[in-house]
Design a protein around this ligand. Structure first.
Ligand code: SME
Length: 160
């Protein structure tokens, strides 16, 4: 059963609690789909202003939609397209304060105002997918969130 927690306002504390929750609900799972599904569900509850939380996984020359929480979304993204494809092409996280100003942003929900995309990497550092989070608030994600989320996804390296 899922036990809701009170998430602290302080960012460092927030990410400590979040990492514990993620570990609790995904740490012991060996199936990638099951782990990513619960990972997105835990994140969605931790970020009440996030209207979409989920994964795109590298498959050949495309990112293919993985487990997520939110409205139906585009299922395939080319390398270099949108925020996710840019994260893949540039091999680094993207923090977008205003998606309206991001050239090529792929709009899946007109309520989305800001977005963060964080690479999923294997033990060898190679990217195998991305975590994508959208928010209804402009400028919702910061560099602290990038660092926090990059730490949160590290244990997922076992699924590369
Ligand atoms: N915003 C993404 C597309 C996926 S939806 O947000 C779920 C992008 O531009 O890469």
């Amino acid at each position: 059963m899922y036990i809701d927690v009170e998430y602290p306002a302080d960012k460092a504390e927030f990410y400590r609690v979040l990492s514990r929750q993620l570990d609790l609900y995904t740490g012991g799972e060996t199936d990638r789909t099951a782990a990513l599904a619960n990972f997105s569900a835990v994140l969605a509850r931790a970020f009440p202003h996030a209207n979409w939380v989920g994964f795109y996984l590298i498959s050949g020359e495309e990112l293919v939609l993985g487990p997520f929480q939110g409205r139906p979304a585009v299922s395939r993204i080319a390398r270099g397209a949108g925020v996710c494809g840019t994260a893949w092409l540039e091999d680094r996280a993207q923090v977008v304060e205003d998606v309206g100003c991001f050239a090529g942003h792929i709009a899946c929900d007109c309520n989305t105002h800001s977005e963060i995309v964080v690479p999923l990497r294997g033990g060898d550092g190679r990217m195998w997918g991305v975590l994508d989070m959208d928010s209804v608030l402009p400028g919702h994600f910061t560099d602290d969130d990038r660092r926090g989320l990059e730490n949160c996804v590290e244990p997922l390296a076992r699924f590369a």
